[in-house]
Design a protein around this ligand. Structure first.
Ligand code: SME
Length: 151
């Protein structure tokens, strides 16, 4: 997938300002990157990560994650993108799907505060590159303007 093209398409979707734009972005990422096997947005509500729109073969049981727990909670605490090349070797990992091999979690910030995260699981080991990181951090910035803080 061409990251530049994806950025433009995502900008376009967001500029239309439709009610379901967050769902559309999640779905865009899932369908255009073959190794993005589960794509979800967690939104911060009452200081916890709460699952928002997601696309994948299966639902996760982790619909609420406290800061500091799992890979998602780690990224929320540090504000830094987490790339885990082999989830089975990371003690912090909260298991959702047996097929998952690697994961990337990208914080979404507004005025330096974490307001949500992009969480992507892949069934392929060590698949997320610095290109995915750069691209998804840009997507997170774009999404930031479209997410409201609910304390
Ligand atoms: N694996 C995540 C939990 C969320 S699922 O991947 C959808 C974690 O360790 O925080």
């Amino acid at each position: 997938m061409d990251y530049q093209k994806a950025k433009k398409d995502i900008e376009q979707i967001l500029s239309e300002n439709k009610k379901d734009r967050l769902e559309q972005i999640v779905s865009y990422l899932y369908t255009h990157f073959d190794y993005y096997d589960w794509v979800g947005l967690y939104l911060v509500e009452n200081n916890k990560l709460t699952l928002g729109p997601w696309v994948g073969k299966q639902a996760t049981e982790h619909t609420t994650i406290p800061f500091g727990k799992g890979i998602c909670g780690a990224a929320a605490e540090t504000g830094k993108t987490e790339i885990v090349s082999e989830v089975k070797k990371d003690d912090r990992y909260l298991s959702c799907f047996l097929s998952t091999q690697s994961e990337i979690v990208v914080p979404i910030k507004k005025n330096k505060k974490i307001i949500g995260e992009i969480d992507i699981d892949s069934d392929t080991v060590d698949v997320f590159s610095s290109k995915d990181k750069k691209f998804l951090e840009r997507v997170a910035d774009m999404l930031s303007e479209h997410i409201c803080m609910t304390t």
